[in-house]
Design a protein around this ligand. Structure first.
Ligand code: COA
Length: 182
């Protein structure tokens, strides 16, 4: 039985290695990127409106993790995506989607536990009871489980084939209005 539990920023910081274990198992990133990712994740815990959910086994081991926060100017992702959205669709669109947004930063489920509805529960749980007008995220622009999951929850494409500064892979930027529809 996998239960969901809210994790506050202090516990998130203490359990960062366990978060990273799930991330590494799910994403299989190049080894030389893991230390940098840990620093970025650790810094995220200080962002306004930070919220995190663990999907845990009964022994307390997390097998899924999702977190997000309130996006504000000055945050790297927020600024890059705002600029790109304004360039493509105009300032009003950028403000409409990102001006009062929950930014879903990470959602990962350990491969042994994927396909059991945990990812859906994590996204829905994180978006529940938020005050923001929208929720936004980026994901690889490929026919992945994540792409399928977000679309089925109600996220729409805001930008596709987007390449982040310094990167080379294509990403999709997605958004939905909150609260999520049933
Ligand atoms: C994306 C992820 C978090 C989803 O978690 P999950 O627990 O497997 O998701 P769920 O079981 O809730 O299922 C999600 C949906 O994707 C579908 N799905 C599963 N694998 C799929 C695949 N390879 N291709 C397309 N759809 C797939 C499921 O059938 C389900 O859809 P349905 O309810 O319409 O049948 C998980 O697959 C994961 O961690 N992937 C690797 C890391 C990642 O990409 N994270 C997201 C970064 S933005």
């Amino acid at each position: 039985m996998i239960g969901l539990r809210r994790i506050d920023p202090d516990e998130f910081t203490l359990r960062l290695d366990a978060v990273l274990d799930v991330y590494v198992a799910a994403m299989n990133p190049p080894a030389d990127q893991i230390a940098g990712r840990k620093v970025i994740m650790g810094n995220h815990a200080a962002n306004p409106g930070f919220a995190c959910l663990f999907a845990e086994r009964s022994d307390g081991t997390p097998v899924g993790v999702a977190y997000g926060f309130h996006g504000v100017p000055g945050q790297w992702w927020h600024d890059v995506v705002s600029r790109a959205l304004a360039e493509q669709n105009g300032e009003a669109s950028a403000r409409g989607w990102l001006g009062d947004a929950l930014e879903l930063a990470e959602i990962h489920v350990h491969p042994d536990y994927q396909g059991k509805g945990i990812g859906r529960r994590l996204v829905r749980g994180l978006c529940a009871d938020r005050a923001e007008r929208t929720a936004v995220l980026s994901t690889r622009d490929r026919p992945t489980a994540a792409r399928h999951l977000y679309r089925s929850i109600g996220f729409v494409d805001l930008l596709t084939r987007f390449v982040f500064p310094g990167g080379y892979e294509h990403y999709a930027i997605l958004g939905t209005v909150l609260p999520l529809r049933d």
